[in-house]
Design a protein around this ligand. Structure first.
Ligand SMILES: [Zn+2]
Ligand SMILES: [Zn+2]
Length: 117
């Protein structure tokens, strides 16, 4: 972690980008998350739940939060670690879900990386 110099004002773009990275980056490394994630994958039988709804058998890849995580709920385990808020999906379904998440300036992917929109 770098020391912050209050005299230096980075562009807003970078501030938001770094904030987003920090808030989710640590979360996705916690034992509590890994355990919730494993539970979700096991419940889904390691198959994409969205594809299965359509009768397709496809291996899932990403545990998605139905209520998307952001700065306001990242500290709320009822959202972040609640298996009812999780669903195991494949890469394609995950991209489709997040397609709808327009209007934001960035989004946080399930692996904790941030994509600037
Ligand atoms: Zn799928
Ligand atoms: Zn997601």
């Amino acid at each position: 972690m770098q020391t912050r110099n209050s005299a230096e004002k980075p562009a807003l773009f970078f501030v938001e980008k770094n904030m987003a990275r920090e808030f989710a980056g640590n979360f996705y490394k916690t034992a509590a998350w890994i355990s919730a994630r494993n539970e979700c994958m096991k419940r889904a039988g390691y198959l994409c739940e969205k594809c299965l709804e359509k009768g397709l058998i496809k291996t899932g890849e990403i545990v998605h939060h139905k209520i998307f995580l952001d700065e306001s709920n990242i500290k709320n385990p009822e959202i972040t670690l609640n298996v009812d808020n999780l669903e195991f999906v494949c890469r394609d379904c995950h991209a489709a879900i997040h397609e709808k998440e327009k209007g934001k300036r960035y989004k946080v992917l399930e692996d904790g990386t941030v994509k600037i929109l």
